[in-house]
Unconditional design. Sequence first.
Length: 245
Amino acid sequence: MTNAVVAENLTKKFGEFTAVDRISVTVAEGEIFGFLGANGAGKTTAIRMLCGLLLPTSGKGEVNGFDIYRENDAIKNTIGYMSQKFSLYADLTAYENLWFYGSVYHLKPKKLKERIKEISEYLGLEGFIEEKTGPLPLGWRQRLALAAALLHRPKILFLDEPTGGVDPVFRRRFWELLYQLADQGTTLFVTTHYMDEAEFCKRISIMHRGQIIEMGEPSQLIDKYGKPDLQELFIDLIKEREQGA
C-alpha cells in the first residue's frame, strides 16, 4: 500500500520554543488518521508543515510523494486544507467563494461550473449557494469550507479542528460525509480534541507538548491500557507524562 504522508523526526522551533518535537508518522492512502491533543499540543503546527505552509526546523517529510522542503508548491496542488478558523470571504456569496477557490486551483471555467454544481449537490449546499457567506450559521459555513477544499479533487484532505464550535448533531453528519470521501479513496488527516471524533479515525496519534506519546487504533489503545474509553486513556496518559516531566 502506498503512503500518502511520511514524516520522520519532524521538528519545528520558534526561537527557544519547540512547538513540534521530532514526530514520526506514516499515513496510508485512503486512511482516516487523527491527531488527538489539547489546544497548544502542536497539532496545527504539524499539519501546517505537512501542507507546505510552514518550513520545518529539522526532520524529513513527504506528502503525496513530494518533499515538504523542496516541493511545497506541488504539495499544495494535490491536497485540500480546511483550517480551524473559517477562511472564506464573508462578503461574497457561497457560489462566489467556490468560484474564487476553484480559480486559485486553475480549474477552467466550464469545468469549475460543473464542479461547483456537483459539490453543492453532494454537500447539500443548493439552498444557500447564492447567499452571502457571513450571515450563514457556523455549521453551514464549515460545510462550505469543506466544499472549497474539495473542488480540485485532492488526493489527501487535511482538516484542522474542522467541527470546532458546531453542535454534536452536525458533527456526526459532517463525519458521515468524511467517511464517504474515504470510501472514494481520499486520505483524511484530521486534528481534533473531541474524543468521539478521534474514535471515528482508523488510527490516532496522541500529542502532548509537541510530541507523539502514543499511536494506534483507538480500540487497540483502549485495550492495551485497560481503560473503559478513549477519554480516560487520554487523561491518564497526559497525567503520567506530566508527572514524569
